[in-house]
Design a protein around this ligand. Structure first.
Ligand code: NDP
Length: 245
């Protein structure tokens, strides 16, 4: 049953973003799937979800503020105002701190942090006018506690957590909630650079003795978007099997 509200999920064609699109579609939202490179996957998902809701796919590199503006006007034309924004698009990379180049640092910050800033700024224009809206930022446990060999990633995700808290304070009076979901190790393409034995070791380090699925994150997002979370803002919901407590 449609609730006639529009949810935009950045990086929605694959991995965690794809599961979030499916979950919010089942919750009755119209879905705007943002993708950058994964056009085939985005169109396949659009096709799949069109059986249950209104859905469109929008190509945009979220690290490009001009392109983000363009995407929002396209979404408004095709689906309506964005009521729910999930800033999920992200890149990860492992490198020794002293090997991180200016380009690597900028790509990391521009995609994971500035992308969320650009999208939130556009979404908030409509949300503040209407005095309602929900923003969810997909952070990472490494943004909470820091990861060796991932200092640029940890910095971007820690920044996203800071943005979540500060923005929640600023826009609460406008009826807008802002929260973060902070995943632990989730089995997606992002983990492809890890060997099977690395993954086994990460599993053993996890108190619940399992790695997470994209659906574990999508369930948390659905909850935080819903009215069941209407008194929750500025929080970081850690979904990590107990890896970081
Ligand atoms: P994937 O590598 O599977 O997917 C990354 C997604 O981000 C893709 O949909 C990709 O889109 C999108 N993306 C990357 N750069 C851009 C860009 N410039 N503009 C638009 N979209 C972009 O990763 P996950 O699904 O695992 O990760 C999703 C989020 O969850 C990320 O923010 C990640 O940091 C976070 N996370 C993941 C964890 C994990 O263990 N997997 C752990 C903690 C956090 P496209 O393919 O179209 O280019």
């Amino acid at each position: 049953m449609s609730n006639n509200k529009v949810a935009l999920v950045t990086g929605g064609a694959r991995g965690i973003g794809r599961a979030i699109c499916c979950s919010l579609a089942n919750d009755g939202f119209k879905i705007a799937i943002n993708y950058n490179n994964s056009e085939k996957e985005a169109l396949a998902l659009k096709n799949e979800l069109s059986a249950i809701t209104e859905v469109e796919a929008f190509r945009c590199d979220v690290s490009d503020s001009v392109a983000v503006k363009g995407m929002f006007s396209e979404i408004t034309q095709k689906l309506g105002r964005v009521n729910v924004l999930v800033n999920n698009a992200g890149v990860a990379e492992q490198a020794l701190f002293t090997d991180i180049t200016d380009e690597m640092w900028q790509r990391m910050i521009n995609t994971n942090l500035s992308g969320a800033f650009y999208c939130s700024r556009e979404a908030l224009k409509g949300m503040i006018n209407e005095k309602n809206g929900v923003i969810i930022n997909i952070a990472s446990m490494w943004g909470e506690v820091g990861a060796s060999m991932e200092v640029h990633y940890s910095s971007a995700k820690a920044g996203l957590i800071g943005m979540t808290k500060a923005l929640a304070k600023e826009v609460g009076l406008s009826g807008i909630r802002v929260n973060a979901v902070s995943p632990g190790v989730i089995l997606t393409d992002m983990m492809n650079s890890f060997s099977e034995s690395d993954k086994e070791a990460l599993k053993e380090e996890t108190p619940l003795n399992t790695l997470g699925t994209p659906e574990d994150i999508a369930d948390a997002v659905s909850f935080l978007v819903s009215d069941k979370a209407k008194f929750i803002t500025g929080q970081v919901l850690s979904v990590n099997g107990g890896f970081v407590i």
